[in-house]
Design a protein around this ligand. Structure first.
Ligand code: C2E
Ligand code: MG
Ligand code: MG
Length: 299
């Protein structure tokens, strides 16, 4: 059975030998799945936040990124458990937890520091959660517990969301827009990219996947893709953020090609809010977030 499931996981039409390794992996996975259920009830998750910066070094937004503070294994990165949470049917619970916690931490932080300038707060949502029929109700319920003038909420979804019916996504996005919530298309360029849906769906932001940025200085194909994304987004009036900017050279190169917003280790690694404060990140809030154009969409 284990061999068969593994072969199916790999896309089927292949064979997999059952080995000690595979047994160990299956056991490890089972332990993580069980652990996740416990972790949700015991609030073992913590959030780190990564700044999204403009080319002139000002803070444009913050992306909340979940980590699992495992009692034995220590800090576990999301790539190790988000897929398991999705497959185990726990991702909506995790998504609600992260959203509530991000709003609660950020608003408490604003109160303590008397920060009045609203900022873009981005939270990742898995496609299967985003497409739940009562998703909008869930979001409304969570938001109702928080003051609406401290942040402009943006939900980040990957392209996996678009394999579902266009009409369903479009309705959800429209309802979010009415609530003043933006939607960002994360890891753009890696999935089922089709220009048709970008044009039809009201995404606020496209996030160029870090794989394109990593090689941008050496790989002409990547440069061509980034150029195409930037020019398409500009004609559609969509904001673009380049992800995974690790060096000054990458940043400079992107800037020359017309990119104005960046996220990556070059600017700041994800960290708790207090650490970002110590690093002076909040001294540089980008004033245009609060212009009248965006004020009406602040939630
Ligand atoms: P993502 O949403 O695309 O987040 C960006 C990831 O890139 C983060 O990894 C971040 O630490 C990493 N990163 C940022 N700048 C750089 C850089 O300059 N170089 C490199 N090499 N990496 C950089 P992280 O935190 O491990 O998250 C991985 C993925 O896990 C996220 O990718 C997102 O898809 C998922 N994830 C994180 N938090 C959540 C969550 O609350 N809910 C859901 N559903 N997924 C989440
Ligand atoms: Mg993201
Ligand atoms: Mg991404």
């Amino acid at each position: 059975d284990r061999g068969m499931y593994r072969a199916k996981e790999k896309g089927g039409n292949c064979y997999q030998f059952v080995s000690d390794d595979l047994n160990a992996q299956a056991f490890e996975r089972l332990m993580l799945e069980k652990g996740l259920m416990r972790a949700l009830s015991r609030s073992e998750f913590v959030l780190h936040y990564q700044p999204q910066m403009s080319q002139d070094g000002q803070l444009f937004g913050l992306e909340a990124l979940v980590r699992w503070q495992h009692p034995i294994r220590g800090m576990i990165e999301p790539n190790e458990f988000v897929t398991i949470a999705e497959e185990a049917g726990l991702i909506d619970k995790l998504g609600r937890y992260v959203l509530r916690r991000a709003l609660s931490e950020y608003t408490a932080f604003c109160d303590e520091l008397e920060l009045t300038q609203p900022i873009k707060l981005a939270v990742n949502i898995s496609p299967s959660h985003f497409l739940q029929p009562d998703f909008i109700n869930q979001i409304e319920t969570i938001l109702s517990a928080f003051p609406s003038d401290r942040f402009y909420l943006v939900l980040e979804v990957t392209e996996g969301v678009v394999i579902q019916s266009m009409d369903d996504i479009s309705d959800t996005m429209e309802a979010l827009r009415k609530l003043g919530i933006g939607v960002s298309l994360d890891d753009f360029g890696t999935g089922y990219s089709s220009l048709a849906y970008i044009q039809r769906l009201p995404f606020d932001t496209l996030k160029i996947d870090q794989s394109f940025v990593a090689d941008i200085l050496n790989d002409a194909n990547n440069t061509a893709i980034v150029d195409a994304i930037l020019s398409m987004a500009s004609s559609l009036g969509v904001t673009v953020i380049a992800e995974g900017v690790e060096t000054e050279q990458q940043c400079h190169f992107l800037e020359q090609r017309g990119c104005t917003l960046y996220q990556g280790f070059w600017f700041a690694r994800p960290a708790p809010l207090e650490q970002l404060l110590e690093r002076g990140i909040f001294n540089t809030v980008k004033p245009e977030i609060c212009t009248s154009e965006t004020e009406e969409t602040v939630v």
